[in-house]
Design a binder for this molecule. Structure first.
Ligand code: F6R
Length: 612
C-alpha cells in the first residue's frame, strides 16, 4: 500500500521517478507526487488522481535535477486530495518525505509539535513525522541521518520512508519498519523503491533493507545503520526479474495477461519439483521439513483475501491426503485472538506479496509462541519469506493486476505439492494414487490452456449478466473455496455484490434471495459431491434462478438443466480447483470490462496491504 521511489545519480530524476511510480501504481492510486532539488531549491509537485495526472502537472517542467523522491498513495490518514498527497515538507521547507505505512502515535507527536508552534497543512501522519524529524534536527543540531534515527526511536507504527534535505542535495536518507524497501545499487547511482520493478531497468543489484535499519546514500556511497547507530554490512543480491514480465505485452489489462499466463505460471511452479516419470516430488525449500510436517499434529494456515481461499483449499488437501488436522485463519483475527499454539505446531503463511501486515504479524506472534513458521510466497526476498524458517516460492512471476489470479493458482499448486509430498512421507497415500497425482499435476498447464480457449464463449455469457446487481457462487468440498474466490473476484473488480457459499448452505438462508433476477454460479463437476450439487441446482431452477454451471467435459445432464454451462477438462478430484477457478476469473474480468471498470486498479483497493 502506497508505492515509493527515490533516485540520486547522474540521470534526470523526475522522469525516472514518474516511470517508477507507474510501475508501483498497483500499490495505491489516489494521488501521487514528487519532490526534487533543483537550482538549490526543494520543489514539490503533487496531484490527486493517477500518476498520469501528475504527468500533466510536470509537463512544462524542464530538467528538475538529479535527485528526487516520489510517492503514489493509498489513503490512510486524510482523504485523497492534492494537499494530503505525498511528498510532505517540513515547516521550514528544508525537508521533504515520502512514507508508506502508518505512524500510530502521530496524534501525541502532533500535539507536542503544535505546542512548539508547528503548523500542519495536511491531515496526514506523514507530515507529523517530517516535522518531528525537523524538530530533532534543530534541537539536537544534528545531521539528517541522526535526526531520522532519533525520531524513529520514538515512533510507533509501520514505515518505509525516504527523506530529502535541501541543504544536502546529494543525499537520501531512508528507513523501514514493517513496510518494504529495496535499494538499487547502480554505478554511482542509487534507487529506492517499494519493490524492485522500478529499479530493474537500470540495475539488477539490490539490497533489501531490514526492519529498523536506516540507509544513507551520499558522495561516500551507501551506508546502512541500525537504530543504535551501528553500521551494518549491506548484502547485495541479484534480482532475477526481466522487464517484459512487468509489462502488459499486448493485453488490454494486466489482469487478463495474468489470467492467460497461468499455463506458464503453473508450469513454472511445478518445474524441477514434480517429476512423474521418476515418481518424484521435491520442494527444495522444505527439504528438511517435509518429514517434520508428516509428523505434525496440527497445521494452521494464516492468510488474507484470495490467499486465505488458497489456504482453505490447502485444508482440504492436507486433511484428505495427509490426514493432518488443519485450521485456516484470517491473519487479522488470529493475531489478536491469543490462539492456543503448542510447541511443534506448524503455522504456514500464504501471501502473494509476502508483505501483508496482518499475515506478517500473525507469523511473528506464532513464532513467539513456539510454532514452526513456514511461508508460501510469490515475491522473492519479501518480509514473510525472510522471517520464516523455510518455505516455498510460488514462482508465478510479478502479479500487477490488483485482483489476484495467477498467484492464487500458483499458491494452490504449491499447497497441493506440499500435501502430496507430506502424505507420501507419512505413508497415507498409496503408491498408485501418488503416481497418478503426479501425472495429473504435470498435465494441469495444458488443461488450463484448454479452458482459456473458451474465453470468447465466456465473454458471450458475461454480456448477458453485465448489469446484474447480485450474484451467488456455490460449490462443495474443494470447490467451496473456489466459489468464495469467484465471488471475491467479481465484487472487487465489477463492484457487483456477490456471495460465495457451500452449496448445501444455500437452504439455510441464501435461498430466500433466489428469483428470476439472481444469477447463481455453480461449480458442478463430476466429483464425490456431484449428485448433491445437482440437487442444489434443481432447487435453484425450481425458484427460477439463472444458473451458470462449471461442468466436467461431456456432462450433458447438468447442461440440460442450466442456462449456461462452461466445460472444464477432467482431472483428479483434488486438483479440480486449479481448473474450476479459471472460468470464474474470466467471467469476472469480462463483466467488469463490460461495466467499464478499471479492472487493474479497482476503486479503494491496493495490492500489498502493508497496513492493518
Ligand atoms: C484479491 C486479493 C487480496 C489478496 C490479499 C492478501 O484479489 O488480491 O485479497 O489476496 O490482500 O495479499 P497477499 O497474498 O499479498 O498477502
Amino acid at each position: 500500500m502506497c508505492g515509493i521511489v527515490a533516485y540520486v545519480g547522474s540521470r534526470e530524476a523526475a522522469p525516472l521517478i514518474v516511470k517508477g511510480l507507474k510501475r508501483l501504481e498497483y500499490r495505491g492510486y489516489d494521488s501521487s507526487g514528487i519532490a526534487v532539488i533543483t537550482d538549490q531549491a526543494l520543489k514539490v509537485f503533487k496531484k490527486k488522481g493517477k500518476v498520469k495526472d501528475l504527468e500533466v502537472v510536470l509537463a512544462n517542467q524542464n530538467n528538475l535535477g538529479n535527485i528526487g523522491i516520489g510517492h503514489t498513495r493509498w489513503a490512510t490518514h486524510g482523504e485523497p486530495n492534492d494537499v494530503n498527497a505525498h511528498p510532505h515538507m517540513s515547516n521550514s521547507g528544508r525537508l521533504a518525505i515520502i512514507h508508506n505505512g502508518i505512524i500510530e502515535n502521530y496524534a501525541s507527536l502532533k500535539q507536542m509539535l503544535l505546542n512548539k508552534g508547528y503548523e500542519f497543512k495536511s491531515q496526514t501522519d506523514t507530515e507529523v513525522l517530517v516535522n518531528f524529524i525537523e524538530e530533532i534536527q534543530k534541537t539536537k543540531n544534528c545531521e539528517l541521518p541522526d535526526a531520522v534515527r532519533l525520531a524513529l526511536k520514538d515512533v510507533v507504527g509501520a514505515y518505509a520512508i525516504v527523506v530529502l534535505d535541501k541543504e544536502n542535495p546529494g543525499q537520501l536518507v531512508a528507513a523501514r519498519k514493517g513496510s518494504p524497501l529495496v535499494i538499487g545499487v547502480g554505478h554511482e547511482e542509487y534507487f529506492f523503491a517499494s519493490d524492485a520493478t522500478p529499479i530493474i531497468e537500470y540495475t539488477k543489484e539490490v539490497v533489501y533493507l531490514d526492519d529498523l535499519e536506516i540507509a544513507i546514500v551520499n558522495q561516500d556511497g551507501l551506508t546502512i545503520k541500525n537504530l543504535q547507530n551501528e553500521e551494518q554490512d549491506p548484502e547485495i543480491q541479484t534480482v532475477e526479474l526481466e522487464l517484459e514480465a512487468i509489462e502488459k505485452g499486448g493485453f488490454d489489462h494486466f489482469m487478463l495477461k495474468e489470467i492467460f499466463e497461468q499455463p506458464k505460471s503453473i508450469a513454472d511452479c511445478l518445474r524441477g519439483r514434480v517429476n512423474p516419470d521418476e515418481a518424484i516430488i521435491q520442494l527444495g525449500g522444505l527439504r528438511s521439513h517435509i518429514g517434520k510436517l508428516a509428523k505434525a499434529k496440527r497445521i494452521v494456515f494464516v492468510a488474507c483475501g484470495t490467499s486465505w481461499h488458497a489456504g482453505l483449499v490447502g485444508e482440504y488437501l492436507f486433511e484428505e491426503l495427509a490426514r493432518i488436522n488443519v485450521e485456516v485463519e484470517y491473519a487479522s483475527e488470529f493475531r489478536y485472538r491469543n490462539p492456543i499454539i503448542k510447541e511443534g505446531d506448524f503455522v504456514i503463511a500464504i501471501s502473494q506479496s509476502g508483505e501483508t501486515a496482518d499475515t506478517l504479524a500473525a507469523l511473528e506472534m506464532a513464532k513467539s509462541k513456539g510454532a514452526v513458521i513456514l511461508g508460501v510466497c510469490n515475491v522473492v526476498g519479501s518480509s514473510i519469506s525472510r522471517i520464516t524458517e523455510a518455505g516455498v516460492y510460488t514462482h508465478a512471476g510479478p502479479e500487477i493486476g490488483v485482483a489476484s489470479t495467477k498467484a492464487f493458482t500458483a499458491q494452490v499448486t504449491v499447497l497441493t505439492m506440499m500435501a502430496i509430498a507430506t502424505a507420501h512421507a507419512k505413508g497415507t497415500l498409496s503408491d498408485e494414487t501418488y503416481r497418478q497425482l503426479l501425472i495429473e499435476m504435470a498435465a494441469i498447464p495444458e488443461k488450463v490452456e484448454k479452458i482459456l480457449e473458451k474465453s470468447e464463449e465466456i465473454k458471450d455469457i458475461s454480456k448477458l449478466f453485465t448489469f446484474a446487481s447480485n450474484f451467488i457462487f456455490l460449490g462443495r468440498g474443494l470447490n467451496f473455496p473456489v466459489a468464495l474466490e469467484g465471488a471475491l473476484k467479481l465484487k472487487e473488480i465489477s463492484y457487483i455484490h456477490a456471495e460465495g457459499y457451500p452449496a448445501a448452505e444455500m437452504k439455510h438462508g441464501p435461498i430466500a434471495l433466489i428469483d428470476e433476477d439472481m444469477p447463481v454460479v455453480f461449480i458442478a463437476i463430476k466429483d464425490s459431491s456431484y449428485e448433491k450439487v445437482v440437487s442444489n441446482i434443481q432447487e435453484v431452477k425450481a425458484r427460477k434462478g439463472r444458473v451458470i454451471a462449471i461442468v466436467s467435459e461431456g456432462d450433458r445432464d447438468v447442461k440440460s438443466m442450466v442456462d449456461f454451462a462452461i466445460e472444464v477438462p477432467k482431472t483428479h478430484e483434488v486438483l479440480q480447483p486449479l481448473l474450476t477457478v479459471i472460468p470464474l476469473q474470466l467471467l469476472s474480468y469480462y463483466i467488469a470490462v463490460l461495466r467499464g471498470r478499471n479492472v487493474d486498479q479497482p476503486r479503494n483497493l491496493a495490492k500489498s496491504v502493508t497496513v492493518e
